[in-house]
Design a protein around this ligand. Structure first.
Ligand code: UT7
Length: 322
């Protein structure tokens, strides 16, 4: 196993053109802009166009990440797509992305850890590359959550959006003091029925829609998030004060604020995009990373904590020296 660290060389993102604001949504379901903003912080979400699939969003974000690194598809030998909304039951959406990017070599597979998918994918790519199984990975979180929403269920349809974010990961140079420092991944399947789709190939032979006991998820979220954050800090000998940026999963502004307060993080170190993107599940963390890199907040050398929590329940955090 290499003693080198896996670095995130670049990030990229893609959001579908159509923006659905709260007011517009309130014309079709019994809700209001006021309720959504007050309870979630969400003001709008992007919605994929008819015929625009998760693989299209993923490929667009992947292309952007490669472009930002000055790389081409021939330079990548692993594609991981974290998604809960695959184009098809099989093959993996990563295989379709591979075809769309014109890649014939290497390996491609999906990761299903719902909203924690990107953190799981970063951990997987980190281990894969450190163990010499590949040289460079395109790690993508991509979702068309709009396709599995029950648009008549106001308790869920106001919460989610579509989008994709991607990162190019590779081994750093010997002695380079940056990269993924530590990751903690957790799941507890006893909570699966608190957040799930009421269908699937093996159970109902259909796709199902998102069902959630929102209060139950909320109740556990802050504790689970802070546990894994403390774990990676402890594993690396860092403290909360060392963090330059906290890039959380974007499900609900109240959960983000709750975690921030419990951790003792100043709000100006917390990256928030839930107001513009809503909850994009596996895409939310890379979309937020891309936002903060693109606007110049996250810079080389910064200490960045990413975290997520969602269906399963799954949760996890990763500490990255950028
Ligand atoms: O990615 C990880 C997965 N997801 C999450 O992290 C989500 C976690 N949960 C949450 O974010 C929150 O629980 C929600 C935003 C889903 C709900 O917020 P809440 O403060 O827990 O509200 P609630 O479920 O207790 O509902 C309060 C009221 C209810 O009415 P009554 O019973 O008090 O009359 C709901 O029927 O709000 C009503 N309500 C709505 N009203 C207007 C629920 N949804 C809506 C809506 N518009 N969209």
């Amino acid at each position: 196993m290499s003693d080198k660290k896996t670095i995130i060389r670049s990030v990229g993102a893609y959001l579908p053109a159509r923006i659905l604001g709260n007011e517009e949504l309130a014309r079709t379901v019994d809700t209001s802009d006021e309720w959504i903003v007050q309870r979630t912080g969400i003001r709008q979400r992007h919605i994929a166009a008819e015929g625009e699939n998760t693989s299209d969003l993923a490929a667009a974000a992947g292309r952007k990440a490669m472009e930002n690194a000055g790389l081409e598809i021939g330079d990548v030998d692993l594609i991981i797509v974290a998604t809960t909304t695959p184009d098809m039951t099989f093959p993996a959406t990563a295989a379709v992305v591979q075809q769309k990017l014109g890649m014939h070599h290497g390996a491609a597979f999906d990761i299903q850890a719902v909203c924690s998918g990107f953190v799981y994918a970063v951990a997987t790519a980190d281990s894969y590359l450190k163990n010499g199984l590949g040289k460079r990975a395109l790690v993508i979180g991509a979702e068309t959550a709009s396709r599995i929403l029950d648009w008549d269920d106001r308790t869920t349809c106001v919460l989610f959006g579509d989008g994709a974010g991607a990162a190019v990961m590779e081994l750093g140079k010997p002695g380079e003091d940056r990269g993924v420092l530590a990751t903690a991944l957790r799941s507890d399947g006893h909570f699966w029925n608190k957040l799930y789709t009421d269908g699937g190939p093996s159970s109902t032979r259909s796709m199902g829609h998102i069902r959630m006991e929102g209060k139950e998820v909320f109740k556990h979220a802050v504790g689970m998030i802070t546990d894994v954050v403390y774990k990676v800090l402890e594993d690396t000998g860092h403290t909360i004060d060392d963090l330059d940026w906290f890039v959380p999963h974007q499900a609900n502004k109240r959960i983000i604020d709750g975690a921030g307060v419990k951790l003792g993080l100043p709000p100006e170190k917390v990256v928030v995009t839930v107001d513009r993107h809503a909850n994009t599940s596996a895409a939310s963390v890379p979309l937020a990373l891309n936002t903060a890199v693109a606007d110049g907040r996250i810079k080389r050398g910064d200490l960045v904590m990413i975290e997520a929590m969602g269906g399963g329940f799954t949760w996890g955090a990763s500490l990255i020296r950028w």
